[in-house]
Design a protein around this ligand. Structure first.
Ligand SMILES: [Zn+2]
Length: 89
């Protein structure tokens, strides 16, 4: 494969979207080709930022409705210093 072909596959390679055979071809080319290796390096900060953003988005967020919160407190699974009665009222 030449550099132009590799360049077209680079995004897929970096995102892990290529099949094993195509991924191995790109990896082998990038290992031997300084031009494509520098293209990979140029993409790394963007990819790192993307991974960070995706990881932050997939953090579980616990948002309970007031009714659900009351049910959880009543079940005794969560302890709160605020009595259940005060939350319900
Ligand atoms: Zn190349």
């Amino acid at each position: 494969m030449n550099c132009d072909q590799i360049e077209k596959m680079l995004t897929g390679f970096l995102l892990g979207e290529l099949d094993d055979r195509a991924g191995a071809s790109v990896r082998a080319h990038v290992t031997d080709c300084a031009r494509c290796r520098s293209a990979v390096r140029a993409c790394e900060p963007t990819l790192a930022a993307l991974r960070e953003a995706l990881a932050a988005r997939s953090q579980p967020v616990l948002v309970l409705s007031p009714e659900a919160r009351t049910r959880v407190f009543r079940s005794g699974r969560l302890r709160s210093r605020i009595p259940v009665r005060r939350i319900v009222e």
